[in-house]
Design a binder for this molecule. Structure first.
Ligand code: SF4
Length: 263
């Protein structure tokens, strides 16, 4: 592909590479190779990847056989070629649907990530980006090689962070303007503020305009860390109803990988 960036001189901070069943949102149930990068600019209260938050060198693990949870230990950062090889090794062992580039927040390392996603896409491994939607320029850097974007819209009443809504709106608009198939995930907690949710849904409605393929997935939080309880079924019903009154494509999908006890 023309315009492919040259291989990064410095490597990627990686947490782990493994094969698993996608448990969330639009690609739920598909088998994916997960490339989990280290480092995130946020600290959401419900984050279930605390070991992937610090952007620093250290050990990382690469699954040896797809789905086996047996690991090869390596030192991160890993060179771009090594990252692509670790993903391709699993891809070839089991038929996979796609590669999930996740974290942490992958776009913290957008410049170094670009040649890796380019190599994966060029080798026939379509890439889905999971992102917190706070690095608009990072998205622009990797967008040419993405097949899908899964964007978390953050609600302060749930995650405890103070993410700027205007930044997230710009991110979503940029993804859609780039022609990327994009969906939005919103995590719901017991204390979800209805007004925050409605404003997030309005953001989607503004950006989606006439497109009928921008779905919203409401994801009741799975208790983890300092988050001790999920929202009640009654509350989830009420929140979905509020969302549906403003935008037609709103589904509720809990984390299914946790329901089956998967990594
Ligand atoms: S954005 Fe994602 S990886 Fe970062 S703290 Fe929040 S949930 Fe964790």
């Amino acid at each position: 592909m023309s315009g492919v960036p040259s291989p990064a001189a410095d490597g990627l901070l990686v947490s782990e590479v493994f094969s698993a069943i996608q448990g969330e949102a639009a690609l739920v149930g598909h088998r994916q190779v997960f490339l989990r990068l280290a480092g995130c600019n946020l600290r959401c209260a419900y984050c279930d990847q605390p070991e992937a938050l610090e952007p620093r060198p250290g050990p990382c693990r690469l699954e040896r056989r797809a789905g086996s949870r047996t690991w090869e230990q390596r030192d991160s950062p890993l060179g771009g070629d090594d990252v692509v090889a670790a993903v391709a090794r699993l891809w070839e062992q089991v038929p996979h649907h796609s590669v999930s580039v996740t974290g942490g927040e992958p776009l913290v390392q957008a410049r170094r990530l670009a040649p890796v996603v380019a190599a994966l896409a060029d080798a026939g491994m379509p890439v889905m980006l999971e992102t917190n939607g706070t690095f608009v320029s990072g998205l622009t850097t990797v967008a040419p090689w993405l097949a899908w974007v899964s964007l978390d819209l953050k609600l302060p009443s749930v995650d405890g962070e103070d993410v700027e809504p205007a930044t997230q709106e710009r991110f979503l608009a940029t993804a859609l303007d780039a022609g990327l198939t994009t969906w939005v995930k919103v995590v719901l907690g017991p204390a979800t503020d209805s007004g925050e949710l409605e404003r997030a849904i309005d953001t989607v409605a503004r950006c989606a305009r006439d497109r009928r393929d921008v779905e919203v997935f409401l994801q009741p939080v799975t208790p983890f860390g300092t988050v001790c309880e999920a929202p009640s079924a009654a509350r989830v019903l009420e929140l979905q109803e509020r969302a549906l009154r403003r935008y037609p494509l709103v589904r509720v999908v809990p984390q299914t990988h946790k329901a089956i006890g998967q990594l």
